[in-house]
Design a binder for this molecule. Structure first.
Ligand SMILES: [Zn+2]
Length: 330
């Protein structure tokens, strides 16, 4: 609460003053565009969109985001007459046993239903708040504001075109894959709990150590640099992957500027998803180390660019899946 009500408003206010100082400084234009171009653009936009009256609204926005994470992080689902962390029950959907998968799916839907009205009310509040932030900054709506705020060089129209392309080409491909899986499983009706990992003989690992051993092997087999960075992070406790209650599902990677390290924080239950997610986060982590090495700025990396590295890492490593399975199921 202290962070949200005292520190964040000061950060927003002084952040804007720093943007102003930076933009007005005569030496700014001498900075190399290849290295600092994105930062220059981001700071100029930040200054252009800054409105003093938006500070309390932005603080409220962060408050809502924090309480959303709190609700999701504390979410539990019923499993074998007990309350278990949500990701644990999601992981049961990997089971080769169809009845177990269905029970897990139903329990997960129950859990989601239990927070639905609370989350929907928060979303309504967030929509109204963000609309006001946009109007205060001179925009008609939050969508137009946020395209500017994020310095997108693609347009709203490009997004609609992309959606249409997905509908036309990706959805049919997805349907073909689904029919293939339906054939493998030999089921008449293909249901939401019939997901790909259930064709494996079981979860690809049991303990976080097994997960790390297997991923280390896959990374080394792909590139020594990837493997070395993983080992470095593992030895320094920069991989916090255990499932604990109160930890939000999924994972993220952050950069620790003082020690020039990256840090992966995740809530993994034994599942195929966790394996893919760790490779994904290692894509972000390796990207972080490479940016420091090449003196590029981390903070202004945009999500749609950052995700190229993480999804790229998944694609680079997945052909070594066999070595992971062999490590844990000899
Ligand atoms: Zn990502």
């Amino acid at each position: 609460m202290y962070d949200q009500t005292v520190i964040q408003p000061l950060l927003l206010k002084y952040g804007a003053q720093l943007d102003k100082k930076f933009c007005e400084c005569p030496y700014t234009k001498e900075l190399d565009d290849g290295k600092y171009g994105q930062m220059k653009k981001a700071r100029a936009t930040g200054l252009e969109l800054f409105r003093e009256e938006n500070i309390p609204l932005q603080v409220k926005e962060q408050e809502l985001v924090a309480s959303y994470n709190e609700i999701i992080g504390g979410l539990t689902a019923g499993w074998e007459r007990e309350d278990r962390p949500y990701p644990y029950v999601v992981a049961q959907m990997d089971s080769p046993n169809r009845a177990v998968r269905e029970a897990a799916w139903r329990s997960v839907q129950e859990a989601r239903k239990s927070i639905k009205s609370k989350v929907a009310a928060m979303m309504d509040e967030l929509v109204a708040l963000r609309h006001q932030i946009a109007v205060n900054a001179g925009f008609e709506n939050y969508r137009d504001y946020v395209f500017r705020e994020k310095n997108r060089e693609y347009t709203v129209e490009d997004c609609y075109n992309f959606h249409n392309a997905v509908e036309r080409y990706v959805v049919p491909a997805w349907d073909r894959l689904a029919r293939q899986l339906q054939g493998v499983l030999g089921v008449d009706a293909y249901r939401p709990w019939d997901v790909t990992p259930c064709t494996l003989s079981g979860a690809p690992f049991e303990t976080v150590d097994q997960l790390m051993d297997g991923v280390e092997k896959m990374l080394y087999a792909t590139d020594t640099y990837f493997g070395d960075k993983f080992k470095h992070m593992r030895e320094r406790g920069l991989l916090d992957l255990d499932s604990r209650s109160g930890k939000a599902p999924g994972g993220f990677c952050d950069f620790l500027g003082y020690s020039n390290n990256t840090f992966v924080f995740a809530n993994f239950s034994p599942s195929f998803f966790a394996l893919i997610a760790l490779l994904h986060e290692m894509g972000h982590a390796v990207n972080g180390y490479l940016q420091v090495r090449d003196e590029y700025e981390w903070a202004d990396l945009r999500p749609e660019v950052a995700e190229l590295y993480s999804h790229g890492m998944e694609l680079l490593c997945l052909d070594k899946l066999g070595s992971f399975i062999a490590t844990n199921h000899p």
